[in-house]
Design a binder for this molecule. Structure first.
Ligand SMILES: Nc1ncnc2c1ncn2[C@@H]1O[C@H](COP(=O)(O)OP(=O)(O)OP(=O)(O)O)[C@@H](O)[C@H]1O
Ligand SMILES: [Mg+2]
Length: 478
């Protein structure tokens, strides 16, 4: 962050410097909302949450080195009082970005949204950008009204590329995020059914995602997936130029050709860039699943739109592995069992992508899919789960373990589609699944874990990846 005094922070946020606090106190960041992440010089923002009240941690934050706290009520450490800490974070982020943008060697802001795969693209883009210059692209999924300003506030004078993931649970959310950080390069990855329950219709999701390209000025670039009709149609909603990508297409600026998968479903492909003449580079991803070709094309297109050269882009893509955990995270255990932990979240698109990858791997291995509920799918949720059960059977997955009440429809549909008792089982929870797997797993097996966050299969995935007797360091090879 750029250094700011308590007085400046009060002015920027419309707050007041607390009595007894020196307005000249300077914080240089990082800005944090979790007191455990405080570093010397930090600004600690206290939120009154449902489970914990950040105000109770201000003392500890200052002891740990925080220079200043941002609070909504009096605390007995140096602080600035504001009415709404989320709005204050947004104000600070806007200020910091406008200062950084006024510099001669201004940074480039790259923002992306989509129904699935945002964090994966953000991570890959972060890897590419970091090869070209100093980059802010923190791991994880900081894509909401707190995560976006916190990411912006991590930028400083040396930052060349600021990579932002933007998520939406309703119309207007992305518009708000772009009001904090107007992108120079904005991408829409896809429009699917994630959070369909909140949006009501897929068209409403497309409208909401389009807000990201509406934020571009005429100097900006809208980076769009030509293989998704709803995304391609967004070109008309942007003042910027459009740059398109697609698979096996000859009408896009960027394309993938000759996609092949190795026996762990990791894609290699020809990256094609058409800018007057055609240039190609062969890349081999360390990411699992054919859908990662889309991840790579989106990241490559955004980087190229930011002026990064093809050699740097292809070099960074080659061998790239997941940067954030629990997303197609592949761990090969010492005993010959392979664990594919993709249980960060789940919706019909990402379930299908993960199962297809498992099926490819299954040509040479026994495959086990441990699947939990997909949350937030709205009134058609049962049908989506039944479709999933059918897909498991159609892809010839050797064993389905459906976990929890919400996954009953998956199991039922698999049985109706022709699975027998030894091919599809239902268990009540992750512990029961763990017991079942303990007796079931043998050398050569590949086990996929996937569900929405709250089902907790990712922790089971971690336990499976590093069973007792194996250290974390040995187990975590992804
Ligand atoms: N193009 C794609 N098609 C289908 N599934 C995909 C695609 N890209 C990524 N996925 C899968 O989607 C899942 C979630 O990925 P990721 O965390 O990157 O998504 P996200 O959009 O950031 O999710 P969230 O909305 O929770 O932030 C992973 O299982 C990933 O493998
Ligand atoms: Mg995410």
């Amino acid at each position: 962050m750029i250094p700011l005094s308590a007085g400046e922070i009060a002015r920027i946020t419309g707050g007041t410097v607390a009595r007894g606090t020196d307005p000249e106190i300077v914080t240089s960041g990082p800005v944090v909302i979790d007191s455990r992440e405080v570093r010397p010089g930090s600004l600690f923002v206290a939120f009154a949450g449902e489970q914990a009240d950040g105000h109770d941690f201000c003392g500890r934050a200052v002891e740990a080195g925080a220079a200043l706290c941002l609070t909504t009520r009096p605390v007995d450490v140096p602080s600035v009082r504001v009415a709404d800490p989320a709005a204050a974070l947004a104000d600070l982020a806007r200020h910091v970005l406008s200062v950084l943008r006024d510099r001669e060697d201004a940074l480039t802001v790259l923002a992306l949204t989509g129904s699935v795969g945002k964090t994966g693209v953000k991570d890959l883009l972060g890897t590419i950008c970091a090869a070209a210059g100093e980059t802010v692209s923190p791991p994880g999924s900081l894509n909401n009204e707190l995560g976006v300003p916190l990411t912006v506030l991590a930028a400083g004078p040396a930052t060349r590329y600021l990579v932002l993931e933007m998520g939406a649970r309703g119309v207007g959310h992305i518009e708000y995020l772009t009001s904090i950080a107007r992108p120079d390069v904005a991408a829409v990855l896809n429009v699917g059914t994630a959070h369909l329950g909140e949006f009501g219709s897929v068209d409403a999701i497309a409208a909401a995602k389009g807000e990201i390209v509406e934020a571009l000025t005429t100097d900006g670039t809208a980076v769009l997936n030509a293989d998704d009709g709803r995304v391609a149609a967004l070109a008309g909603r942007s003042a910027g130029r459009a740059l398109t990508w697609g698979i096996d297409r000859d009408d896009t600026d960027v394309a993938a050709r000759d996609v092949r998968l190795d026996d762990l479903a990791r894609p290699t492909f020809e990256l094609v860039v058409r800018d007057g003449e055609e240039q190609t580079r062969r890349v081999a991803l360390g990411l699992v699943g054919e859908h990662q070709v889309q991840t790579a094309l989106a990241a490559a297109s955004m980087a190229l739109a930011a002026g990064i050269d093809l050699g740097t882009v292809a070099g960074a893509l080659d061998g790239a592995v997941p940067a954030s955990p629990h997303r197609m995270q592949l761990v090969e255990r010492g005993d010959g069992v392979t664990v594919l932990n993709d249980a960060y979240n789940a919706n019909p698109q990402s379930m299908a992508a993960a199962l297809r990858a498992l099926a490819v791997i299954g040509e040479n291995h026994r495959t086990i899919a441990v699947l939990g509920e997909m949350l937030e799918l709205g009134p058609d949720s049962t049908r989506f789960h039944a479709d999933l059960g059918e897909l498991v059977v159609r892809l010839n997955i050797d064993l389905l373990v459906a976990v929890g009440e919400g996954a009953r429809a998956v199991h039922r549909a698999a049985v109706l589609e022709g699975s027998w008792g030894e091919e599809a089982v239902w268990v009540a929870d992750a512990d029961e699944a763990e017991m079942l797997l303990a007796g079931e797993l043998r050398a050569g097996d590949v086990v996929l874990l996937k569900s929405s966050r709250d089902v907790g299969l990712r922790w089971l995935g971690e336990r499976l990846a590093a069973p007792a007797g194996t250290s974390r360091a040995e187990g975590a090879t992804a």
